[in-house]
Design a protein around this ligand. Structure first.
Ligand SMILES: [Zn+2]
Length: 468
């Protein structure tokens, strides 16, 4: 019997295999949005064992374990070892069939460690021993893993107040993989909790050397940090927002709202919405001035379980897909920027798959006839980063836009072993194209052209779009 992760995993016909092996597999990885720790790269972090590598921060796995009835002690508990947690994970893996975790786990075992066996309670011990021994080898450090996967560029996710010291260290050392910061100013536009916001503004004042007395000085402080990020090689911004904000406002109104929250008074919904609208717009202008790419990840409903939020904090696996209405606000936001000549390259990522066609058509409203694929419908994200989610995103994009101009896949990951997700995406893409050829929906005579398209989506489009 063939191994599960074999050469032709997910490639169902000869055309698909040819496209993948000849036109996609060998290209370097450009991971233009991830959450890797710059410190871990700068210090070339080593991992103790397979349990730590896999279970330290992966809330996808944590959710599956909870659903499988594993006690929280063996998921995030401080009084249990990674070995104990790993054993519970190994029991859970066979239960994850048809969840992408099943394929990812085995892709990681195969591509990172060369282990082709399936993980379950009966193989858990030998797989632990084999992988943990390999993790002690120098080529399994953070940097070693990045090199192993032929990574060319990554963009981390950083707060405007971050010193970017680790990025600078890497640059000064001349680390051969480009590790660039990305500007994520979410905290600067989140006044919902006045005390947290006041604390943040205080730190922003310090690092920018700007006293923030009103809206203009807040923008000045951020502009100062934007320049600082640009000096460190940043070319991308990212926003994690529930929805788009494009209320009408005057600077005077926003100034009053800002001063109110800075005195510690909570804002009402209308004030929050106006403040966010003003911030989103001003931040987009900064990105346009520098010709950066702006990204928007929207639509998550976060921290749904208040009991667990209290216990574990945010980003621990209690977020899900929201149902925010965005067509009109997004259109108004993009249109205002476009009208003022301030619309920079933009990537839009939805979390609710209901919005696939909405985004695929919205992007077409603001293409400029100069930059190919200037406004992008981003790859399937988070809960949609799986076979069906990717296929649906690729289909909507193909049918209502130009698949050929797509900048392709990113991991959005916190783990150094998530790079096989690029492979997963490339196989799905090539299988889709190969299937179309086999069914006569695309001409077999054009397989070289279709191969070039696979190369562009796997690599060249991202390289050109971001200017790497
Ligand atoms: Zn992200």
């Amino acid at each position: 019997m063939k191994e599960f992760i074999n050469e032709d995993f997910l490639l169902q016909n000869e055309f698909a295999r040819r496209l993948y092996h000849k036109h996609s597999e060998g290209f370097p990885i450009i991971d233009y949005h991830c959450h890797l720790s710059p410190e871990a790269i700068a210090t070339d972090r080593r991992f103790e064992d397979l349990g730590q590598l896999w279970l330290e921060g992966d809330h996808y796995k944590w959710r599956a374990m909870r659903t499988n009835g594993v006690n929280e002690r063996y998921i995030t508990g401080r009084d249990t070892s990674y070995r104990e947690k790993y054993d519970r994970w190994a029991e859970t893996v066979p239960m994850t069939m048809r969840n992408p975790l099943y394929a990812w786990t085995h892709l990681e075992l195969k591509r990172v460690f060369g282990v082709g066996r399936l993980l379950n309670p009966s193989t858990a011990v030998e797989i632990w021993d084999e992988c943990t021994a390999l993790l002690r080898q120098p080529e399994y450090s953070a940097r070693g893993l990045m090199k192993k996967f032929n990574v060319e560029v990554i963009c981390t996710t950083d707060d405007p107040i971050d010193s970017l010291e680790h990025h600078k260290t890497l640059r000064n050392e001349g680390f051969e993989i480009k590790v660039l910061p990305a500007w994520r100013p979410d905290k600067a536009m989140s006044p919902e909790d006045p005390s947290k916001f006041i604390d943040y503004i205080g730190r922003l004042e310090e690092v920018s050397g700007t006293e923030i007395k009103g809206f203009a000085s807040l923008i000045e402080a951020l502009r100062n940090r934007h320049q600082y990020f640009a000096d460190a090689g940043c070319v991308i911004s990212d926003h994690g927002i529930e929805q788009f904000y494009s209320e009408d406002y005057t600077e005077k109104e926003v100034g009053v709202i800002l001063r109110k929250v800075l005195t510690g008074s909570p804002l009402n919904l209308e004030e929050i919405s106006k403040f966010k609208s003003a911030m989103l717009y001003e931040l987009a202008i900064m990105d346009a001035e520098r010709g950066w790419v702006q990204q928007f990840h929207y639509g998550a409903i976060r921290n749904n379980n208040s009991r667990m939020l209290e216990h574990l904090g945010p980003d621990t696996g209690y977020d899900s897909i929201g149902d925010f209405t965005v067509a009109k606000t997004l259109s108004k936001f993009l249109n205002r920027l476009d009208t003022g000549g301030n619309l920079t390259k933009t990537i839009l990522y939805n979390l609710n798959p209901r919005d696939n066609e909405l985004l695929a058509t919205m992007t077409g409203n603001f293409q400029d006839g100069v930059t190919p694929g200037k406004i992008q419908f981003g790859a399937g994200w988070w809960f949609l980063d799986q076979e069906t989610g990717m296929i649906n995103q690729l289909n909507a994009l193909s049918l209502m836009g130009l698949l050929s101009r797509f900048v392709g896949m990113l991991t959005d990951s916190r783990s150094f072993v998530s790079y096989p997700r690029h492979e997963y995406f490339r196989r799905i893409l090539c299988n889709m194209l190969g299937d179309d050829i086999e069914k006569g929906k695309l001409p077999e005579s054009e397989i070289e052209t279709i191969g070039k398209m696979a190369e562009m989506i796997s690599y060249y489009n991202a390289k050109n779009y971001f200017g790497f």
